[in-house]
Design a protein around this ligand. Structure first.
Ligand code: HSE
Length: 319
């Protein structure tokens, strides 16, 4: 009876979406949203390895082959690093739209490793979970940058000083800091958005960008909202990617006019984020962004408004 009970044990973990780059921190900066996010349920199976039982909310588009699925590959990496012959099943509930620029694949990878780690009695450190989630993201979508997986796992604002080996710096989140994220219903593959950037950056742009990045980090430590606002500027990726989002500059102008501290593309887009000093300001900025997008395009959009998510991935009750 005891064995049967433990075999039936299932653990669900939630991992929030995330906004990477945050204007000036291309590939090195990100913050967690509170929601939406993905849930992965892990269960035990008798043979070693990973089996993906079912994926909900992806319209049948994600691979069930664990080696090719971000959650599956992340779980496989964790089992391998732990040198265990135990096997797990995964059921994935996608709360985040695919190719939306809010760390959808990263969240699935993170939720998978957190659920599997809990199921196994928490043998792994957070840093090992991060490494395995990055392996998952790499297998699923070819990405190696930790600017989505790290905030989704740890929560809050993260500076990924280095990806390999991961050197993750957790930054403070000023009280009340909130975000509005507009998600236009178009998909942009990260690879295609990266191809727009080219290989080189003019020195004057690099100087401006690292000035902004330093300013943003300092602003988070000192809760200097004016410095934060001045630093939310991207002179490297945004100018080359803005054309991917209809009405991008109108959306941005509307967010700023409505009181946002700053506004830019979320990751590689198409989502656009605004940071604001309070939930109310974020809501106002978000409403203005929705209106501006509706004037520029007939395509639908979601709006997510939340505090910056201090809590990253966590074990939750099963959906
Ligand atoms: N930092 C990456 C990019 C994130 O902008 O390409 C992709 O979500």
């Amino acid at each position: 009876m005891q064995a049967k009970l433990s075999r039936a044990r299932m653990i669900a973990a939630y991992a929030p979406g995330s906004v990477s780059n945050v204007a000036c921190g291309f590939d090195v900066l990100g913050f967690a949203m509170d929601e939406p996010g993905d849930i992965v349920i892990a269960g035990q199976k008798d043979d070693p390895g990973v089996r993906i039982e079912k994926i909900h909310g992806d319209g049948g588009r994600l691979p069930l082959d664990p080696a090719k699925n971000t959650a599956g590959a992340a779980a496989l990496a964790l089992l391998q690093r732990l040198e265990t012959t135990r096997g797990v099943t995964l059921t994935i509930h996608k709360g985040l739209p695919l190719a939306s620029g809010v760390g959808s694949s990263g969240a699935s990878a993170v939720a998978a490793v957190v659920a599997v780690n809990e199921l196994l009695g928490r043998p792994a450190s957070l840093d090992l979970l991060l490494t395995c989630a990055m392996v998952g993201e790499q297998a699923g979508c070819g990405a190696t940058h930790p600017d989505n997986v790290a905030p989704s796992l740890y929560g809050g604002f993260i500076l990924a000083r280095s990806a390999n080996p991961p050197d993750i710096v957790r930054l403070p989140v000023p009280e009340g800091l909130a975000c509005a994220v507009l998600h236009p219903h178009v998909e942009i593959e990260t690879g295609a958005a990266r191809a727009l950037l080219g290989e080189t950056v003019p020195l004057r742009d690099a100087v401006r960008q690292w000035g902004n990045l330093g300013g943003l980090v300092a602003a988070l430590f000192t809760n200097d909202r004016a410095l934060l606002s001045r630093s939310l500027e991207d002179v490297i990726a945004e100018p080359k990617r803005a054309g991917l989002v209809p009405g991008f500059f109108d959306i941005k102008a509307a967010a700023l006019a409505a009181g946002a501290l700053g506004c830019s593309l979320s990751g590689s887009g198409p989502s656009v984020f605004a940071l604001a000093g309070s939930l109310e300001d974020a809501q106002r900025a978000g409403d203005a962004m929705v209106k501006a997008f509706a004037s520029a395009s007939n395509v639908g959009a979601d709006l997510w408004v939340s505090l910056v998510g201090r809590q990253g991935a966590r074990v939750v009750s099963r959906p």
